[in-house]
Design a protein around this ligand. Structure first.
Ligand code: ATP
Ligand code: MG
Length: 269
């Protein structure tokens, strides 16, 4: 079974075997998806223009994936459609000493987008129930509480006018191997090759279990998770852009009313 449209109703259990990372739907080849993707990107730009002008809501896009899963590619090829003036990308790395001296959401909350803005999280607070869980960086009793903390935090954002949408870019283990090999042998990609990624790869199964629990426990009406079949980059771009269009269409975005009597102003020579 392949689940569409890439999500489940809140409360249902995500089983990654029900999602096919190779899925491309009605589109068989890259060029079949070209027109639809381009239309989506154009629409995203229009919607963002209204978001910015209206200065009332914000959008937070959370991107999670295994290494080489395509987070950077999605930002470049999909979120690249937005006007950079209204976008703020935050890449979450291993926490600094100062960050570790605070609660795990401290650094995350500071990066939440202000009204009018699109915030993009390249990795996020979900690392605190993913890498932290897989590597025992915190005791189980600590990370287990975090699902509730995350849900409360995301609801706070929603109540404050921030629409939250979360993507797990889902590639297969074989596809990751192919992409890591590609990084290893292509001079322009070698800078991305990190031997540490190979250690993470060895824990693939642990990561999938951690993802399944995070997706299941934190898939809420106000902050849904989407599992994007991402083995084909063109399909990933199509699906992410489609979900973003749908999400933004539901945000009640409008240009603000003009100032009163706008017609009456004489433009001086
Ligand atoms: P790329 O996929 O292009 O390599 P990246 O997001 O992996 O980009 P890196 O600097 O290679 O960027 O990795 C960031 C690392 O920081 C990841 O291994 C991630 O698991 C780790 N990290 C992020 N947040 C946390 C956290 N809260 N606790 C521990 N490690 C974290
Ligand atoms: Mg990395």
């Amino acid at each position: 079974m392949t689940v569409q449209p890439f999500t489940l109703p809140p409360g249902e259990t995500f089983r990654l075997k029900d999602f096919d990372p190779d899925f491309t739907g009605a589109y068989k080849k890259k060029k079949d998806a070209k027109t639809q993707t381009a239309e989506n990107l154009a629409r995203l730009r229009e919607l963002q223009e209204m978001l910015y002008a209206q200065d009332k809501h914000a959008l937070l896009i959370v991107l999670q994936a295994m290494d080489a899963g395509g987070k950077d590619g999605a930002i470049k090829h999909v979120m690249g459609a937005y006007n950079p003036q209204g976008v703020q990308v935050t890449s979450f790395k291993a926490p600094t000493e100062e960050e570790l001296a605070h609660d795990f959401l401290w650094r995350v909350h500071k990066a939440a987008p202000r009204r009018g803005m699109v915030g993009i999280f390249n990795r996020s607070h979900y690392e605190d129930v993913l890498v932290v869980r897989v590597h025992n960086l915190a005791p189980e009793a600590v990370w287990r509480q975090r699902y509730d903390h995350i849900n409360a935090f995301e609801r706070l954002l929603a109540d404050a006018g921030v629409t939250v949408v979360k993507f797990f870019l889902y590639i297969s283990k074989e596809e990751q191997a192919e992409r890591l090999r590609e990084r290893q042998r292509t001079p322009e990609k070698q800078w991305k090759f990190a031997p540490g990624d190979l250690d993470e790869r060895k824990r693939w199964g642990d990561y999938m279990a951690a993802f399944e629990e995070a997706l299941t426990r934190c898939n809420t009406k106000s902050a849904p998770w989407y599992v994007i079949p991402a083995n084909h980059k063109w399909h990933r771009n199509l699906a992410v852009s489609q979900v973003l269009v749908n999400t933004m269409e539901a945000m009640d975005l409008r240009y603000p009313d003009p100032i009163p009597d706008i017609e009456s102003y004489e433009i001086p020579d």
